[in-house]
Design a protein around this ligand. Structure first.
Ligand SMILES: Cc1ncc(COP(=O)(O)O)c(C=O)c1O
Length: 308
């Protein structure tokens, strides 16, 4: 989805700047060597004004991703919360997607990242349904990618690093070129991991399963939310390895992610999932998820951080 941020304000290294001034040098280390980690957070309207959903959990993951890559973020949690608040409010958004990124800036060329300064930016934009406006109702068509998800022995899959998205980007491009909406990636052992930008869930005989973190998936915050909400709805959940054929024989499959939210999958590799249109458990979870993020139900206020 094309978004134009022109005219917006972006927070860069401690202050808000105009869109056209939020620039880096072409010799920025991260541009050459993928030395950057980032987050994606959604802000939703609630009865008490715009609220960022699970902001602290996202920022905690950002600090953990940075730690894995030995990048000391020159701001603390409260300062980054303020940066998000400032960015969203400066742009007057009531609902938006927020993108904090921590990257190695211009320092020295060469693979060694340690001599390049750590910079931080926060941008925000209004973003509709990530997999397309029809995706939430009609479901998406997927292919199992010929690219395998990065392996923990080569790159840490649980760090949300830009480096991982070279892998995801290959899978996504392959899927799009072949006429699909999204790719599903297997790991090097052949087990299902996730989509190029979202976690995956399977429903079979009323049981909801998702691959374990050890399969090499990003520990999605939406994944965690879905598991908690499903348990509250008395749906049995499990984190187990899922095989390719178990995708084909699922009653329901869906993706979860901050940008994606909860979106059904209606086809994998030419096999229709379930009856191709009715996904009752997915619909129930999606409905609950949207109520929770919009602050419409009691019990999960602690997941909402009000921004005004
Ligand atoms: C590769 C990948 N997996 C899973 C997710 C879902 O994570 P979250 O629910 O924290 O947004 C994302 C979203 O950023 C992602 O890029």
């Amino acid at each position: 989805m094309k978004v134009s941020l022109k005219g917006s304000k972006i927070w860069l290294d401690g202050r808000l700047v105009d869109w056209e001034d939020a620039k880096v040098h072409v010799l920025t280390h991260a541009l050459h060597y993928a030395s950057a980690v980032f987050e994606g957070i959604r802000v939703y309207t609630t009865p008490k004004g715009p609220a960022a959903f699970r902001l602290k959990d996202h920022l905690k993951r950002l600090f953990e991703s940075s730690k894995i890559y030995m990048m000391d973020i020159p701001y603390n949690m409260e300062e980054l919360i303020d940066a998000v608040r400032l960015t969203v409010n400066a742009n007057g958004y009531r609902e938006c997607y927020v993108r904090p990124i921590v990257f190695r800036g211009y320092g020295t060329m060469g693979v060694n990242p340690l001599n390049s300064p750590v910079q931080v930016a926060v941008a925000a934009w209004e973003w509709g349904s990530y997999l397309g406006s029809n995706a939430p109702m009609k479901g998406v068509r997927c292919m199992v990618s010929s690219w395998r998800r990065i392996n923990a022995q080569s790159l840490p899959p649980q760090a949300k690093s830009t480096a991982n998205y070279a892998n995801g980007g290959l899978a996504k491009a392959e899927a799009v070129k072949n006429g699909f909406d999204e790719a599903i990636m297997l790991n090097t052992e052949g087990y299902v991991t996730e989509g190029s930008g979202e976690n995956i869930f399977r429903v079979k005989n009323g049981v909801l399963s998702t691959p374990p973190a050890s399969a090499g998936v990003l520990r999605g915050i939406t994944r965690d939310t879905v598991l908690k909400l499903a348990q509250e709805m008395d749906i049995t959940t499990e984190r187990v390895n899922i095989t390719r054929e178990e995708l084909y024989t699922a009653d329901e499959l869906f993706f979860s992610g901050t940008a994606t939210e909860v979106v059904p999958i209606r086809e994998v590799d030419g096999r229709q999932i379930g009856d191709g249109s009715n996904y009752p458990i997915t619909a129930k979870i999606r409905k609950r998820y949207l109520e929770v993020v919009h602050g419409e139900v009691d019990g999960h206020e602690d997941w909402l951080l009000y921004l005004r």
